[in-house]
Write a protein that binds this ligand. Structure first.
Ligand code: PMP
Length: 360
């Protein structure tokens, strides 16, 4: 099989051992004589997968009992609508921090539902850094932020601590499970699975029971968080195969040594790449401000568009996949989610060094 270094931004690399396990069990899941995809979502066998995924998430992320873990669909993008539909009313104001395209999209959906306020923004800096100086509106429904900006390659190091009555909501699609987080400072976390959690199809939501009580009763059933909480995310047919894959990825994370190990490894990988960029004497330029740099998406440019094209072309020939920057910003991006190995990052650094020597 062709050797590939997968730096895709999502769907992204999955741990090889997880794929192998899924392959082993594919036709005959735990001696049921069926694939996990063929099981009824009401069967005992599927239920154990479902519960395992939920319990492992709680264990690994240290989710307190005062929170619920939900499995939804529609990707992170549907959460952009679900959040204001549940929590934005005629008498409060949704607060958004703009740190990139995904937060802009989240705000756009909230504006269709009610009054919104931009509490902070780094748009004027081309989203090259994490915004500071948060100014909340009066009567805030919540404050929404994007913890890792997949396109611009910036990441919140620490989450803002808000007054007790203001729920913090975090889109953690591209950095959930990559590091330890203070769950109790965040009232709702959501993430599409297709970066650190598994294949696309399931959206994980971690919500405090306190916030759950505030869901608007007129929210459509399938967008109302209470529907999922009250029915163990089995109100209708969940994405069973994605949840099964999630359970395998979570087992892998645990076997690796949990978030302490994962976080340390992610730092090493990111440092390796940023180091290569910083030592390139301006041949490669990191697009994010140093103190805002993401440990998940390393974004950089080359001196000219022609060199960028040549870099991407030669990289592809050598088996490096997914290095083109997002279509909105161009340049290059190496997405180094949990399943991307240190070995892949070392190979990329070596390729970057060689490319620079041959093209300076
Ligand atoms: N938020 C962030 C931070 C993302 O990176 C993405 C996808 N790349 C989305 C939201 C949208 O996710 P989905 O495709 O699951 O709707």
């Amino acid at each position: 099989m062709k050797k590939v270094y997968n730096f895709n931004a999502g769907p992204a690399a999955l741990p090889k051992t997880v794929l192998e396990k899924a392959q082993q069990e594919f036709l005959n899941f735990q001696n049921t004589g069926m694939s996990v995809m063929e099981l009824s979502h009401r069967s005992e066998e599927y239920e154990s997968v479902h519960v395992k995924a939920s319990n492992l998430l709680k264990e690994i992320l240290e989710v307190p009992d005062t929170y619920e873990v939900l499995f939804m669909q529609g990707g992170a993008s549907l959460q952009f609508s679900a959040i204001p539909m549940n929590f934005l009313h005629s008498n409060n104001i949704a607060n958004y921090i703009l740190s990139g395209s995904w937060s802009e999209k989240a705000l756009k959906e909230a504006e269709k539902i009610g009054n919104c306020h931009i509490a902070s923004s780094s748009k004027d800096k081309g989203y090259s850094s994490i915004p500071s100086a948060i100014q909340l509106s009066k009567n805030p429904a919540y404050l929404h932020l994007t913890s890792n900006n997949t396109i611009f390659g910036t990441q919140w190091r620490e989450f803002p601590v808000l007054p007790a009555n203001v729920p913090l909501i975090a889109d953690m699609s591209s950095d959930i499970l990559s590091r330890k987080i203070p769950i109790e400072d965040i009232s709702l976390i959501y993430a599409g699975a297709q970066k650190n959690l598994g294949p696309s199809g399931v959206t994980v939501v971690i919500i405090s029971k306190q916030l759950l009580e505030q869901c608007h009763k007129n929210t459509p059933t399938m967008l109302n968080y209470q529907t999922y909480a009250e029915n163990n995310s089995l109100y209708n047919t969940p994405p069973t195969f994605s949840i099964y894959m999630l359970s395998l990825v979570l087992e892998w994370v645990k076997e690796q040594g949990g978030l302490t190990y994962i976080e340390e490894k992610n730092h090493q990988k990111a440092q390796l790449l940023y180091h290569a960029i910083d030592l390139s004497e301006g041949f490669y330029t990191g697009t994010a401000k140093k103190d805002s740099r993401s440990f998940m998406n390393v974004t950089f440019t080359l001196p000219t568009k022609e060199l960028t094209q040549l870099f991407l072309h030669q990289a592809k020939e050598k088996g490096f996949v997914g290095l083109a920057g997002h279509r909105l910003v161009g340049g290059c991006r190496a997405s180094i989610y949990n399943a991307v190995t240190l070995e892949s990052c070392k190979a990329l650094v070596e390729f970057m060094d060689n490319f620079q020597s041959n093209n300076r």
